[in-house]
Design a protein around this ligand. Structure first.
Ligand SMILES: [Fe+2]
Ligand SMILES: [Fe+2]
Length: 296
């Protein structure tokens, strides 16, 4: 039975009331910007006073169970052809906004507002304009949900597939359900990879990070591409895991990924930025780096 058929047998492939529930849980685990310095273990995070919502736990169970090496290859083949849709960049934001969170419809800002708050926080700190654009685009890959993909194949902390799982990935116990767990060639430290081969040679679990990276890879400078590609790889950028897969280039780029992360996690505010005032700036920015239309 293929992975896809397994998924169809799951009663509820989308346990989260909205994708934001995953991000709220990330925030619960990483309440401060400098957590890595204190190097708390994921074990300690799980002992926080606020209980994890059962929906989040179920979400990770599905994610860790079904994100196999084979599944990642299937999704790369399916989505990296970019033959599903083509639309002007600003239409793409409207498309993304069709994703509605029903967890808290009164207070939740839409997807575009999260992107704009991220990019505006980056801009306020005087960072380069390509980083502002990375902030604006970083979650565009969530449109995968609108192509019918289940939540666990779009969001969630990402992790390498084809090698052993780090216990620094949240809920490592659920990896025991993954068929790859029984495959000895995937369960050594390096698995199918070679020592310090570099993350660019490593397949990550499939989701919105890899998809937006592939969409943007011809348009942003390398540090911006790392921000997009690894922003959900918390086991690396917050926990320091998987050092044996890294090369010098990854170690050099890590500082950029870490620079980006707080803007993603901590820029949320109940007040929506005034789009009418910002529109001109962002139209120029998008026009400077991106083609008129994006392919999905
Ligand atoms: Fe994201
Ligand atoms: Fe985000």
């Amino acid at each position: 039975m293929s992975t896809t058929e397994n998924i169809l047998n799951e009663e509820n492939a989308n346990p989260l009331a909205g994708l934001d529930e995953w991000e709220e849980d990330v925030l619960r685990r990483y309440p401060e910007a400098d957590t890595i310095v204190k190097s708390k273990s994921t074990e300690q995070f799980r002992n926080y006073d606020t209980p994890v919502r059962e929906t989040v736990r179920e979400f990770y169970r599905l994610n860790h169970t079904f994100q196999t090496y084979e599944f990642v290859q299937e999704k790369r083949a399916e989505f990296l052809k970019f033959d599903k849709k083509e639309m002007p960049v600003w239409d793409a934001f409207n498309f993304l906004n069709q994703l509605v969170d029903d967890s808290d419809p009164d207070t939740e800002l839409d997807q575009f507002q999260h992107l704009l708050q991220t990019s505006e926080a980056i801009r306020a700190d005087g960072h380069p304009d390509w980083m502002i654009l990375a902030g604006l685009m970083h979650d565009m890959g969530k449109v995968l949900c609108l192509f019918g993909e289940p939540q666990w194949a779009v969001v969630g902390d990402t992790f390498p597939v084809g090698c052993t799982y780090s216990d620094k990935v949240v809920y490592p116990e659920y990896f025991a359900n993954n068929p790859d767990f029984q495959n000895n060639s995937y369960q050594t430290e390096l698995g199918i990879y070679s020592k310090n081969c570099g993350l660019r040679k490593v397949n990550m679990s499939w989701g919105h990070d890899e998809y937006i990276y592939q969409m943007m890879k011809n348009y942003l400078p390398e540090p911006g591409l790392y921000m997009l590609r690894y922003h959900s790889f918390y086991a690396w950028h917050r926990e320091g895991a998987y050092s044996y897969l890294l090369d010098d280039h990854d170690r050099e780029m890590l500082k950029w990924v870490k620079l980006f992360n707080p803007y993603d996690l901590y820029s949320k505010s109940a007040t929506a930025p005034d789009w009418n005032q910002l529109k001109g700036y962002y139209e120029d920015l998008v026009g400077k780096y991106l083609p008129p239309t994006l392919k999905f």
